[in-house]
Design a protein around this ligand. Structure first.
Ligand SMILES: [Ca+2]
Ligand SMILES: [Ca+2]
Length: 649
């Protein structure tokens, strides 16, 4: 897609004259998808939807437009702007879809092209606005090691516009008493609470998908029925553009949650595809992402369930047969799986990502179900996006506890298949599993160190995204064994190890909740009628305030100390209940001491042959541990269940 067709070495005038002649003679001669139909009112062409709905001057040399409607078997197509050439078209056999490949001449200026579609039974037209690109600084920034991500499920955060709680086309979809109904949170609600997020100390918002969904229980956003519209429960496209712009003004960034792997079960394509092979399989016949392979395949007979499809995909010895369920299966057997090997599908998905980046100024993508899409597609998708937005960051969801699996998908080097996905980074699921095991299941703290040991598998482990909970995991606060102290410890480790940490909305006040959808409760105070308002200090309980203050202090410390953000991590000691590590930058060395035990711990460490060997003094900057440095011997006394930070002089 988007290949540049130039006028070559001939003069532009000659070239254009020739093209104009061609346009006048033929414009574009297309063959209809089926033979002619009988003339009559019911067969006249009709355009209901245009994707993308608009484009920009100078962004790409061409664009593929997908029209949805009726009787679109075009015999002729032409746009009124001389600089917009209909290069070719292709209709679906039933005429419900028409693809138009438009080329833009270099002298194209902004304006609205009106494109005429002629069929054997009549004609119709559609408008295609082509605008100048916005030149506002701070758009499409990408992430840096200074960032801290905050994940919001927009329906559950704050209700800024009660008039959109139940859009007319979705009657009965709104009910705050039902955990799977829409609750009324929206984009304006998020924008209204940017000061809260700024005060907490996060820098980047990741919103779960905002595209239009179809079912009454699609409040989570992962059931797309329109890849180019904001869900009306959440607001309008202008609301989203306004939110990104407001965030940028506050020096915050926004990540868009994108799902190229599949669409929702109610998407109109499911029963009427724009072309054959649009999906992997059909609604009637398709693979599923359930593994058909025995756990004995990897000798894991005690394992619940079958052999892991991620592991089979990463395995250099498995044939395509053993990988197809993952890449081609319908997610959970029900989400229609996009056939990205079809170049038209791939182009559609690339253009969609370009459109959202250009239309909103977003700073990066969180990519859903990353391993479920063939890697060659990711290489192509990134290649085309980065050509336009070189700084854009992408974070892939690879929900797996093993770093040999998660690291396989990260870009920056070619895999065994010769493919570089170009993915910026992944969420650190292995660390998530280790943190929960250590803090909630009495696993030794060395489990964390053991995950960090495998950082060498990643081209840029510094960019990993540590977290201890998200919208797909039960709330930490409600897990067996969790206490406010443990929540603080989870934050403490997440915010001091390497990486760009991510916080799940509400964890900063210790929000409770079990498995989905209970882990997606409304943020208290986001609705006018709420009894309490945890967005302000006086509305928080003592316990909520204690956790909030703790997280805020750590984030301020992180903001003040470069070593906590991008410093190299050195292990000094690790064991059953303690972990002592350094974060070293050019300017400073910080020592972080963690104790998970319910009793105080005393440790004596030698700093000989460590980056701290020259330290002459040590001073506490966070927590209540005590340190005594004599020569190169450091004695630490760590209070029970605590994390402390020292600066070394
Ligand atoms: Ca609302
Ligand atoms: Ca797939």
């Amino acid at each position: 897609m988007l290949s540049r067709q130039r006028c070559g070495t001939r003069s532009i005038t000659k070239c254009l004259r020739r093209r104009l002649l061609l346009i006048l003679l033929c414009d574009v001669c297309v063959s209809p998808g089926v033979g002619g139909q009988a003339a009559g009112g019911s067969n006249v062409p009709l355009v209901k939807k245009v994707e993308p709905p608009n484009w920009w001057v100078g962004l790409t040399p061409d664009v593929m437009v997908l029209l949805s409607g009726k009787n679109l078997q075009a015999t002729h197509a032409q746009c009124n702007l001389r600089e917009v050439i209909v290069d070719r078209t292709q209709s679906s056999i039933n005429g419900d879809y028409l693809f138009l490949w438009l080329k833009f001449l270099p002298e194209l200026k902004s304006g609205t092209a009106v494109c005429r579609i002629v069929t054997a039974n009549g004609e119709t037209s559609f408008e295609f606005p082509i605008a100048a690109r916005k030149q506002i600084l701070g758009r499409n920034q990408g992430l840096s090691l200074d960032d801290v991500i905050y994940l919001i499920m927009p329906d559950r955060f704050a209700n800024g516009d009660p008039t959109s709680d139940e859009p007319a086309e979705f009657p009965g979809s709104h009910d705050r008493q039902k955990p799977r109904a829409y609750h009324g949170g929206d984009l304006r609600g998020i924008q209204q609470h940017l000061p809260y997020l700024k005060d907490l100390g996060v820098t980047t918002l990741w919103l779960t998908p905002i595209v239009k969904n179809g079912a009454a229980d699609d409040y989570h956003g992962y059931g797309a029925v329109d890849e180019y519209a904001v869900d009306p429960h959440l607001g309008t496209l202008q609301d989203y553009q306004g939110l990104v712009e407001a965030a940028h003004k506050q020096h915050m960034k926004v990540l868009f949650d994108i799902v190229p792997n599949h669409v929702g079960p109610l998407h109109p394509w499911v029963n009427d595809t724009p072309m054959p092979n649009w999906f992997h399989g059909t609604a009637q016949e398709h693979l599923s992402t359930f593994s058909p392979f025995s756990p004995a395949f990897y000798g894991e007979t005690a394992r619940k369930g079958n052999a892991d499809l991620f592991e089979l995909l990463v395995d250099p010895h498995t044939p395509p047969l053993m990988r197809k369920n993952l890449t081609d299966g319908w997610f959970f057997g029900k989400l229609p799986d996009m056939n990205t090997e079809n170049s038209v599908v791939a182009d559609y998905l690339v253009q969609n990502a370009i459109w959202w980046a250009e239309t909103s100024g977003l700073d990066g993508y969180r990519i859903d179900t990353f391993p479920y899409v063939p890697r060659a597609f990711w290489a192509q998708w990134h290649e085309q996006l980065r050509r336009l937005y070189p700084r854009l960051s992408t974070i892939g969801e690879v929900f797996h506890p093993d770093p040999t699996v998660t690291s396989f998908f990260v870009g920056g080097r070619k895999g065994r298949d010769g493919v570089d996905t170009q993915l910026t980074t992944v969420f650190d699921y292995p660390l998530y599993f280790a943190l929960r095991d250590v803090l909630l299941n009495q696993a030794p703290v060395g489990r964390v160190t053991n995950i960090l040991r495998q950082d060498s598998l990643y081209p840029h482990a510094d960019y990993l995204v540590p977290f201890f909970g998200n919208h797909d995991t039960p709330r930490f606060a409600s897990a067996p064994g969790a206490t406010p102290k443990k929540i603080k410890l989870a934050f403490a480790l997440t915010l001091t190890v390497r990486g760009i940490p991510a916080i799940y909305y509400g964890d900063e006040i210790g929000m409770p909740g079990g498995a989905d959808p209970d882990n997606r409760r409304d943020f208290p105070g986001g609705w006018l009628e709420d009894q309490s308002n945890a967005f302000v200090e006086k509305g928080r309980t003592r316990e909520q305030q204690e956790i909030f203050k703790y997280v805020q202090s750590l984030l301020r410390l992180r903001s003040d100390h470069e070593a906590l953000r991008g410093g190299k991590l050195w292990d000094l000691a690790s064991g059953d209940s303690t972990y002592v590590f350094l974060r070293e930058s050019d300017e400073e060395k910080l020592l972080i001491a963690f104790n998970d035990a319910t009793t105080p711990k005393t440790l004596t460490l030698s700093l000989q042959d460590t980056p701290a060997s020259e330290a002459a003094g040590i001073a506490s900057i966070f927590g209540n541990a005590e340190a005594d440095l004599v020569g190169r011997e450091l004695k630490l006394t760590l209070p029970p269940q605590s994390l402390s930070i020292f600066t070394l002089q």
